[in-house]
Design a protein. Structure first.
Length: 495
C-alpha cells in the first residue's frame, strides 16, 4: 500500500462507498453469521462464502475486504464509482488476483461508523504468493473494539494515542479533539494511520509519527486524553511481535501519565492484569496509584485461568507451524507456573490525576462485559461519580446532594418458589456495563432506594427513611452513608 498527497482528498469517496453499501460491524457480522466481526475464523471461510450471494454488491465487498477473495476485474469495476476505483488503484489497495481478476491487498474493518485498513489477519492461498510485510500492522481485534467502545468521548483540545497501530483510537479521538498525535515504532503503522486518517476525513487533525512512546519527537506538552493499545500478552519469549514480556511497555505508559496529562485529563488503556498466587488483585496497579497520584478504574471484562489464556493467545497472528506452537505453549505454561501466575484479567484501565486536596488516590476494579456499542458516556458518568464519592468521609459532605438511580437501574422483586413461606426478595438490577450483577436489598435499604427520585436531597431521604422506620435521623444516617457509597461505586446510583 502507498499514499500520495493527491490521494488524500479522494480517499473519503472510498469510505463513502463502503458506507452506502451498508458496510457496518452489525451487517458484516450478521451476513457472515458471527457474533462480532472479530470472531471470523480462517477455517470457516468455506462456510462464510456459502452465505454470500453473487448478485449483492455488499456481499462482493465482504468477499474483497474481509475474506480476501479475488473477483473478476469488471465486477470490481462495477462495484465502485470512478473516483473510489481510481483511489483503489493509486494506493495499491487493489492488486492482481489472477488473470483478469483483482483482490484487496489489505483488509477493511468497520468500527463505530468509521473504516480502517490493516494488514490481513490470515494468510490465504491467494496471498501466499505475496511477500509478507516485515512488520505487519495488527488487525482490529476485540481489544481494539473494547477500547473504542469504552473511551469517554468528551470534547477536548489535545489527544495522544500510543502504540497506534492502524490509528483506530487516534482517528476516533479526532472526532472530538482538533489536535491528535498518533505514535508507533513501526513505520508501516504510521503509513496505515495516515491512510486511515485520510480515509475517514480527519487527515488535518491527526499527526502520525514514528517514535517510542513519550520519547517520540512529535510528543510535546500536555494532553487532555491519552489512549493506548500496547502489546499486553504476558509472554516469556520477547522475540514475538505484539507481546509484552514483562509489562515494561505498560509500565512506561502509565509511568508517564502524570507528566503528560493535563490536570483534568484522562487516560484509557486496554490491557491485561496478572493475578499472582498469594497476592491481591490490585497489586499490579497499586504502585501506579501511589507513585503517580492517580485515580484508577479498571473495567474487567473477563478473567481467564492461566492455562486457558495461554492456549487462546499463544498463536502468532502472522504464521506459525504446529510443532512450534506446541513447543511455545509448553514454554509459556512452565514460565507462568514459575512466576505464580494463576489468572489473567483483561479490560480497560482508566486513570486521571487525583484532584482532591485532602483525599488519597483510589483504585476501583469493576466487573463488566464486552459492550456491543459505545458506552463511553455511561463510563464517564460513573468515573465522575467515583471521583466525587471516593474521597468522602462523612455523610454531611453529601447532605445537600440529590442522588438518583443510574440509567437502566431498576428495583426488582422476586419470590423464591422453593421457599414454603413465599417470601419476597428485593434487589437492584441494571444492564449497564459497569453494573456488577445485582445488589441484594434489605427492606431498610429498599426504602432508601425507593425514595431516590432525583428530587430529594440525601438529608430529605434520611428524614423520610427515618419516619418510615420510626427512628431518629441521627440513627439512620450512619447506616445509609456506606450503602450510598457502595451503590454509587457499583454504578447503580449517581450522587
Amino acid at each position: 500500500m502507498r499514499l500520495f498527497s493527491d490521494d488524500i482528498p479522494r480517499l473519503p469517496a472510498l469510505r463513502n462507498r463502503f458506507r452506502d453499501l451498508g458496510y457496518t460491524e452489525e451487517t458484516v457480522a450478521r451476513i457472515l453469521g458471527i457474533p462480532e466481526v472479530t470472531d471470523i475464523r480462517l477455517d470457516h471461510y468455506p462456510v462464510y462464502r456459502r452465505r454470500l450471494a453473487s448478485d449483492v454488491p455488499l456481499h462482493d465487498l465482504i468477499r474483497l475486504a474481509v475474506l480476501q477473495d479475488a473477483l473478476p476485474a469488471d465486477r470490481i469495476r462495477s462495484l465502485f464509482p470512478e473516483e473510489a476505483f481510481a483511489v483503489l488503484e493509486a494506493t495499491g489497495v487493489l492488486v492482481a488476483g489472477g488473470e483478469k481478476a483483482g483482490r484487496f491487498g489489505v483488509s477493511f474493518y468497520p468500527c463505530l461508523d468509521h473504516l480502517f485498513a490493516t494488514d490481513h489477519r490470515f494468510r490465504t492461498p491467494l496471498g501466499d504468493a505475496d511477500e509478507p510485510p516485515v512488520e505487519p500492522v495488527m488487525y482490529l481485534g476485540p481489544d481494539s473494539y473494547l477500547l473504542a467502545r469504552t473511551t469517554i468521548r468528551d470534547e477536548v483540545e489535545r489527544a495522544l494515542d500510543l502504540c497506534t497501530g492502524s490509528g483506530v483510537q487516534a482517528i476516533l479521538a479526532a472526532r472530538h479533539a482538533p489536535q491528535v498525535t498518533a505514535i508507533d515504532l513501526n513505520p508501516r503503522a504510521v503509513l496505515f494511520t495516515q491512510f486511515n486518517a485520510a480515509l475517514n476525513g480527519v487527515a488535518d487533525r491527526v499527526l502520525a509519527a514514528e517514535g517510542d512512546l513519550y520519547g517520540a519527537e512529535a510528543v510535546s506538552g500536555h494532553y487532555d486524553l491519552i489512549t493506548a493499545n500496547p502489546p499486553f500478552v504476558p509472554n516469556p519469549n520477547p522475540s514475538l511481535a505484539y507481546r509484552d514480556e514483562t509489562g515494561q511497555v505498560l509500565e512506561q505508559i502509565v509511568g508517564g501519565l502524570k507528566a503528560r496529562l493535563t490536570r483534568t485529563g484522562r487516560a484509557q488503556i486496554v490491557t491485561t492484569l496478572i493475578r499472582r498466587r498469594g497476592r491481591l488483585p490490585s497489586d499490579p496497579i497499586e504502585k501506579w496509584r501511589a507513585r503517580q497520584d492517580l485515580n484508577i478504574l479498571f473495567l474487567n471484562v473477563g478473567t481467564d485461568p492461566a492455562s486457558g489464556y495461554v492456549v487462546a493467545h499463544n498463536r502468532r497472528p502472522f504464521g506459525q507451524k504446529w510443532d512450534d506452537y506446541v513447543k511455545e505453549t509448553d514454554t509459556w505454561l512452565n514460565a507462568y507456573e514459575r512466576a505464580g501466575i494463576e489468572a489473567v484479567a483483561g479490560g480497560v484501565l482508566i486513570a486521571a490525576p487525583n484532584r482532591h486536596p485532602n483525599g488519597a488516590p483510589w483504585i476501583v476494579e469493576q466487573a463488566g462485559r464486552m459492550p456491543k456499542g459505545p458506552v463511553g458516556e455511561a463510563i464517564g458518568s460513573y468515573f465522575q461519580c467515583l471521583e466525587r464519592v471516593r474521597p468522602l468521609l462523612f455523610i454531611e459532605e453529601i447532605w445537600d446532594r440529590v442522588p438518583e438511580p443510574a440509567e437502566g437501574a431498576e428495583l426488582q422483586s422476586q419470590v423464591d418458589l422453593a421457599d414454603p413461606d413465599r417470601r419476597v426478595k428485593t434487589h437492584l438490577g441494571s444492564p449497564a456495563v459497569t453494573a456488577r450483577g445485582v445488589f441484594a436489598l434489605t427492606s431498610d435499604v429498599a426504602d432508601l432506594v425507593f425514595h431516590m427520585d432525583g428530587k430529594r436531597t440525601v438529608a430529605e431521604i434520611v428524614q423520610k427513611t427515618a419516619e418510615i422506620q420510626s427512628r431518629e435521623p441521627e440513627e439512620v444516617a450512619p447506616e445509609i452513608f456506606p450503602v450510598l457509597l457502595e451503590l454509587a461505586e457499583r454504578g447503580f446510583v449517581r450522587i
